[in-house]
Design a protein around this ligand. Sequence first.
Ligand code: MRU
Length: 365
Amino acid sequence: MKVNGTPTRTIWVEADGAVGAIDQTLLPHRYATIRIETVEHAAHAIKSMQVRGAPLIGATAAYGMALALRQDASDAGLERAYALLIATRPTAINLKWALDEMMAAVRNRAREDRVSAAYKRAQEIADEDVEINAAIGRHGLKLIEDIAAKKPGKPVNLLTHCNAGWLATVDWGTATSPIYQAHDKGIPVHVWVDETRPRNQGASLTAWELGHHGVPHTVIADNTGGHLMQHAQVDIAITGTDRVTAQGDVCNKIGTYLKALAAQDNNVPFYVALPSPTIDFTVSDGVAEIPIEQRGPEEVTTMTGKTADGRIESVRIVPDGSAVANYAFDVTPARLVTGLITERGIIAASREALATAFPERVSGT
Ligand code: MRU
């Protein structure tokens, strides 16, 4: 997508082999990039959420392996890098998918060939992500066009939770890709953007990128969506996901499950957009089997923002001494999901549909 008119990806390779990325902890008030030179830098960027979003976490880990092999191309170096990166965040399966892809690409190669093979596979993973998300957009566009046809001249009102935009991927985004394609095609759209406490990925990232692309949107408090659905102000909800199980259970940012419940109660179609690397065919029952990240209490107790005179400051919003819990993700059972928007089309959130659409992934488990 474009930043100030310049086509921009969220991650890229510099001429000297270092990796560049947008520092998403500074958005929306500051646009800055980081330089990732070592596997330790890559691990820090993922853990601190300078880069975040399941597909981008995968791409960053892939580049991290290439950087690691530049430092030490031995088998021990490879294992050390894998262990460091896999331990950064537990929920988004794209991390393990990308690391396993990198291992497969370099493990059986001579040491002197590993660095170039790693950069090649990491670049392919990044390029594939862009193509996959564009395909997700083409399939999801149909859903928006069908709704638009029923309400000529009026905007299609979508609701999304967290940031499953181009900032969460290498480009295009997953949930946002159909929205960008509809907007670019001149179909009137409007997006209700959940702020997405506690890190506000919706308010700080989704609103930022939709604004940069000129897509009409309204930021809402997380608890507002149900009310809007009751008053027929939401035509369709589309979110992203960090892991979809073999039976179609969907794990995504905390609060997604509650949106799905409200959508079902109000007959609002609830779609989830995902690239196939986000499918985990080794687990079935999402609630029982997906590890849910718990992050630091400071993400809940403090808020960061811009003061009237332009300074960036954090303030405490919880009384001293109060206990705090910070679950980062939840699971929406397949029964609440209207459909999955994948690069191979829109499919049901079911074991049969997933296995039929991605047979090569099932046989690999
Ligand atoms: O904690 P985050 O910001 O990494 O969580 C991101 C999400 O939950 C996204 O919805 C998901 O990763 C899909 S990104 C295309």
